[in-house]
Design a protein around this ligand. Structure first.
Ligand code: TRP
Length: 458
């Protein structure tokens, strides 16, 4: 990472930036969240809507966020203040910072399970004869144990804090370079095993043959939420990362690659999940957040050398989660450092400490506490509720406001100037401007109205 005159880092190469942004995007969202949300929302039809959301809303908003970041060279709050001085737009940045810490809190709980599963695999807890029943029991007793759940949450946040302390670009850029390709290869191997299991066909047709009768307002809202979550959009992570891109880089091209890689990994994760899920006799809508943790050990058991694949997979997944939580924590930390002039160390310790405290109810919500496991009225666990409110709704509102900001406040012209700096070509610039001015805000508004009318909130 080279230092620039302002003292802000710059990604050392274009590939470095794409890897780092892909590192933020690719994580548990693709491998843990995408499969279970797809399972709960009807399969193939959901996947189609998801892809549509990535192309028509995710990609244009990512271009918008990166441009805001590179122009302002600041954290999300500072960026809105600089581009629209004296206006209430800074609030969008502040909501983003808060949302980031909230997502970090429960995301780290699940990342902690991944660390735990790495140790369990190495310790030989999963026998070659494991069934979906026994695997489910192992998962339940693991997440029901409060000491383990809170302990691994703590451990994972310490890891995240340690990397963020050292400055973002250095750590992430180097790690992502090895990590992403390795994860990709392991995923492909698991997918091959999954699609060759007996009865894989049933899972494939659930995943690939759309049945639009299963689509409701809530389903569409969840597909959009999942797209934003998976691409790390709607709360300023990409504004922060954009502030580290050099001006000679082509933002839309970089954003295109990130969306492509992220979507590819999610699609493959689904291809790994559903054939095995049906082969093991599980129901796609019944498992919830435990889905991949219950399922994966049963796939490893059916592979020669499965122990090695299993340990390797959970290790890589832990690291992929880490490159994502880094971006969540970095948003709040860069805000404290830039705007409040805090020392980096202090910001990191206090913000990760805060995420730990808010993470505790999520950690206890998978059986350790009855009350947190099924909250009154909504009948969701605390973790599920946080995941819907922050990971879907808050990001969707954020993406809506960012689109409005770029289209009507900062302006299409200024954004294009930033993108076309230093002679860069903005391919599809007119399509982008159409999407960001009309499609993004209107589509999001319609989805919200539709959800409110049908009352299909969760
Ligand atoms: N996108 C990451 C994943 O799929 C999670 C993530 C990292 C995130 N940074 C974010 C989600 C910012 C929303 C906003 O695992």
């Amino acid at each position: 990472m080279q230092e620039k005159t302002q003292g802000r880092g710059v990604w050392s190469t274009k590939a470095g930036f794409i890897l780092a942004a892909a590192g933020s995007a690719i994580g548990l969202g693709n491998i843990w969240r995408f499969p279970y949300v797809t399972g709960q929302n009807g399969g193939a039809a959901f996947v189609l809507i998801y892809i549509l959301c990535v192309i028509c809303i995710g990609l244009p908003v990512m271009i918008a966020e990166l441009s805001i970041g590179r122009r302002s060279q600041l954290n999300p709050v500072g960026a809105f203040r600089k581009l629209a001085p004296g206006s209430p737009w800074v609030a969008v940045g502040m909501i983003g910072v808060a949302t980031g810490i909230g997502i970090l809190s429960y995301y780290s709980v699940v990342a902690g399970w991944t660390v735990g599963y790495f140790f369990k695999t190495v310790a030989g807890d999963f026998s070659r004869f494991i069934t979906s029943d026994t695997s489910g029991q192992i998962f339940n007793s693991f997440v029901r144990n409060p000491t383990a759940a809170i302990g691994f949450l703590f451990l994972f946040l310490v890891l995240t804090a340690a990397v963020v302390m050292g400055g973002v670009a250095k750590g992430i850029e180097r790690w992502s370079r090895i990590l992403m390709p390795a994860l990709f290869i392991l995923l492909i191997l698991l997918t091959i095993r999954s699609v060759t299991l007996p009865n894989a066909g049933e899972g494939l047709s659930f995943y690939l043959k759309p049945d639009f009768s299963k689509i409701t307002a809530g389903t569409i809202g969840k597909a959009l939420g999942q797209a934003l979550f998976s691409l790390s959009l709607g709360m300023g992570a990409m504004i922060t990362y954009g502030s580290y891109i050099a001006r000679k880089e082509n933002i839309p091209v970089a954003a295109g690659y990130v969306c492509l890689f992220d979507t590819l990994i999610a699609i493959i994760a689904g291809l790994m999940t559903f054939p095995a899920l049906f082969a093991m006799g599980l129901r796609p809508d019944a498992s919830g957040p435990g889905l991949v943790f219950v399922l994966l050990p049963t796939i490893f058991a059916k592979m020669p050398g499965g122990f090695i694949f299993g340990a390797g997979f959970f290790l890589l997944l832990t690291l992929a989660a880490l490159t994502s939580t880094i971006s969540l924590l970095e948003v709040a930390v860069s805000y404290m450092v830039d705007e409040w002039k805090w020392k980096r160390l202090r910001a990191v310790v206090l913000m990760s400490g805060l995420a730990f405290i808010i993470g505790i109810p999520s950690a206890l919500s998978q059986g350790a506490s009855q009350w947190l496991s099924s909250l009154p009225l909504v009948h969701l666990s605390f973790l599920d509720l946080a995941n819907v409110l922050l990971g879907n709704y808050s990001l969707t509102v954020g993406a809506f406001l960012i689109a409005i900001f770029v289209a009507y406040k900062w302006g299409i012209k200024s954004t294009r100037q930033e993108i076309e700096a230093e002679g860069n070509v903005f391919h599809f610039g007119r399509i982008w401007s159409f999407l960001i001015r009309f499609i993004c805000p209107v589509a999001i508004l319609i989805i919200f109205i539709y959800i409110i009318i049908t009352g299909d909130f969760f």
